[in-house]
Design a protein. Structure first.
Length: 137
């Protein structure tokens, strides 16, 4: 199963080349992650569960342009003991893949400033979105 977020690129995100700057792709991933965790209902005692970004990798395949609608498809690639790995595809209006990305999120206790084990109920909420790539099978 995939989660999907749509957004519209903005003119001020473009650079001198006329396309969307690479840093905006990372911001789009943040929007997609926030929507993913909200929509999957991952909470603890009614509050959003805290994760920190440990790693982001993005492969830029084609440019995005201002005022373009972008769909970001997200899924879980791995559920670890303390982390979850999300994969993303950014799709243009015509369905072409503009970027592929991977984000590793670590469960985190802000007060203790330490990672935490991923609770079983959180893993259960993530599992429907688990999709392993054929290369990993």
């Amino acid at each position: 199963m995939f989660h999907e977020t749509s957004l519209k690129t903005r003119y001020y995100e473009s650079d001198i080349m006329g396309h969307i700057n690479n840093t905006s792709y990372i911001a789009y991933l943040e929007v997609a992650r926030a929507d993913f965790f909200h929509d999957t209902g991952i909470t603890r005692d009614g509050e959003p569960v805290k994760f920190v970004v440990a790693s982001v990798r993005c492969d830029y395949l084609r440019p995005l342009y201002p005022r373009q609608t972008v769909r970001i498809r997200s899924w879980v690639a791995r559920i670890g003991n303390k982390s979850v790995t999300l994969r993303h595809e950014m799709l243009t209006e015509d369905g072409a893949v503009a970027a592929r990305a991977e984000t590793v999120m670590v469960r985190y206790d802000r007060e203790a400033k330490a990672s935490l084990p991923l609770e079983p109920e959180i893993a259960d909420r993530l599992r429907p979105y688990l999709k392993r790539d054929e290369a990993e099978s």
